[in-house]
Design a protein around this ligand. Structure first.
Ligand SMILES: C[S@@+](CC[C@H](N)C(=O)[O-])C[C@H]1O[C@@H](n2cnc3c(N)ncnc32)[C@H](O)[C@@H]1O
Length: 275
């Protein structure tokens, strides 16, 4: 296959940065994320990653790997009870979670903006249990595409997405899931307010890329407020990053547990919907 050159900007370009960090981590010795599909994708893409974003630092690549691993563990825990559940990955970018957690029975729906949906379809191998829907997560029509959500169960993930939406949109997406997906869970990550502030001011950069404004932010201590989005939310739970590799892994874990607001990694939260 000829190598593919992604032409993305704005929020969509950020997927290349998270992907690059994950793939870089997957290529290390003793990676925290076992992800051969990400390494294959890295080879298939024609993109000046290092020039655009700089070489991933030991903190950011391992932290991205641990964040994905944290999402994987939450999905796998749900699948242990409901192996035929649908996993809906909102803003899935070039995530390869389907291949990391596939149990041979789940269904996976990626929901992405049109240019990214096209890129996924071009680059990733097809499966009859994997679909990529083109459209905005905030449009909610993807909810109609989930087969037997109550019988089979649903895990919705939003990794690296909600911070780029407006607060009212975040509330709308969560409330709609709580209303329509009883028995399901929603796994999300959030940036602390101080980190988001720099992005809104336009002063936050990763290599040459200016980080797009993160309009929704939440300090870890504010998690319980999410319950107010809908009465169907029966549990709000902090998910801890798994243990990483070496001294850097320990540093990442310890800073993510600090009670202060200046943590450098996004906080991961799981919402459970009753019913
Ligand atoms: C930081 S990237 C995260 C990608 C992937 N989840 C990951 O962790 O690598 C943000 C992603 O959100 C997607 N996105 C932004 N707004 C969206 C929307 N309204 N609906 C669906 N996807 C959206 C972008 O295209 C991009 O892929």
């Amino acid at each position: 296959m000829a190598r593919v050159r992604p032409m993305l900007d704005g929020v969509s370009e950020t997927l290349l940065w998270t992907f690059y960090n994950r793939a870089y981590e997957a290529g290390r010795r003793y990676p925290v994320l076992d992800d051969p599909m990400a390494l294959q994708l890295l080879a298939d893409l024609d993109y000046p990653f290092e020039e655009r974003f700089g070489l991933p630092g030991p903190f950011s690549s391992q932290a991205q790997g641990l964040r994905s691993r944290c999402f994987d563990l939450a999905v796998q825990a749900y699948l242990a009870d409901r192996p035929e559940a649908t996993v809906v990955a909102l803003g899935d970018g070039l995530e390869t979670g389907f291949w990391r957690v596939d149990n041979g029975r789940l269904n996976w729906l990626s929901v992405e903006l049109p240019e990214v949906a096209t890129l996924r379809r071009t680059l990733l191998p097809p499966s009859d249990r994997l679909r990529t829907l083109s459209g905005s997560a905030t449009g909610l029509s993807w909810l109609d595409e989930i087969e037997d959500p109550v019988g089979r169960g649903v895990v919705v993930t939003a990794q690296g997405l909600l911070m780029y939406l407006r607060p009212a949109e975040v509330r709308k997406v969560i409330a709609a899931c709580a209303e329509r997906l009883p028995g399901g869970v929603f796994v999300l990550d959030s940036m602390s307010r101080w980190l988001a502030r720099g992005t809104v001011a336009g002063t936050s950069k990763v290599g040459d890329m200016t980080v797009p404004p993160m309009r929704w932010a939440m300090n870890p201590g504010e998690r319980r407020k999410l319950r107010g989005a809908h009465p169907g939310i029966t549990q709000v739970r902090a998910l801890r990053l798994p243990r990483g590799r070496g001294a850097m892994g320990e540093l990442i874990r310890v800073q993510s547990l600090l009670p202060g607001l200046r943590t450098l990694t996004p906080a991961v939260t799981q919402l459970r919907f009753g019913g």
